[in-house]
Design a protein around this ligand. Structure first.
Ligand SMILES: O=C(O)c1ccccc1N[C@@H]1O[C@H](COP(=O)(O)O)[C@@H](O)[C@H]1O
Length: 209
């Protein structure tokens, strides 16, 4: 089965089109105001209108309140990627939209959290744990020890993220056997500024995995 890719944190038509043209299976839009990738609801709606049916649209949230979640779901996103969101809240959100639950990983013990999302999420997204002092719980280009995922029984379908780029994704996939990879800062030239050439290079690298 080919490896597929989600390009996350898109905010312009040009970079969205580059992700679609390069073969991304999913595109992501961040609904978290502290992020340099945050998009407004009208902006997201206009971007989602450009996405063809074969490409999935994912909203990225950090334990969202009802107001934010409701407005974001109204843009037409097809799944909610939830960071720092407890399983019971994820389950409630899953009644409205498919859920990708982010599990922040630094040590082997962190992986145990994934089982708690059985019945509460459709997919686990293993991401690198950011420092407590960090402004963002993701999107910082940090990676974790991919060997932690080697031969690990998985409670749900899953994807790999955190510090991926065109130069390391082959090793990441080879080590983890991930079938879906997710990237944000590795296809940027500055925080929040996506680069069409880097998007194309990453998707080419994924196609060769
Ligand atoms: O990208 C953000 O700004 C962001 C904000 C809040 C939560 C998650 C965020 N990004 C997600 O983090 C991972 C890894 O990103 P990176 O490739 O290491 O930069 C990815 O899933 C982003 O969607």
């Amino acid at each position: 089965m080919p490896v597929t890719a989600k390009i996350c944190g898109l905010s312009t038509p040009e970079t969205l089109d580059a992700a679609i043209a390069g073969g991304a299976s999913h595109v992501g839009f961040v609904f978290f105001p502290p992020s340099p990738r945050n998009v407004g609801f009208d902006q997201a709606r206009a971007l989602i209108d450009r996405v063809p049916p074969h490409v999935g649209t994912v909203g990225v949230f950090v334990d969202p309140d009802e107001a934010l979640l409701g407005a974001a779901l109204a843009t037409g996103i097809q799944a909610a990627q939830l960071h720092k969101t407890a399983p019971d809240r994820a389950a409630a959100i899953r009644a409205r939209v498919p859920v990708w639950a982010a599990v922040a990983v630094k040590t082997r013990a962190d992986l145990d959290q994934a089982a708690g999302y059985r019945g509460a999420a459709d997919r686990i997204l293993y991401d690198a744990k950011t420092p407590d002092s960090a402004a963002l719980p993701g999107g910082m280009g940090l990676r974790f020890d991919w060997k932690l995922l080697e031969s690990l029984p998985q409670p749900l379908p899953w994807a790999l993220s955190g510090g991926l780029d065109a130069g390391n994704v082959r090793e990441a996939v080879g080590t983890t056997q991930a079938k879906l990879v997710d990237i944000s800062s590795g296809v940027e030239r500055a925080p929040g500024v996506k680069d069409v050439a880097k998007i194309a290079a990453f998707l080419q690298a994924v196609a060769q995995c």
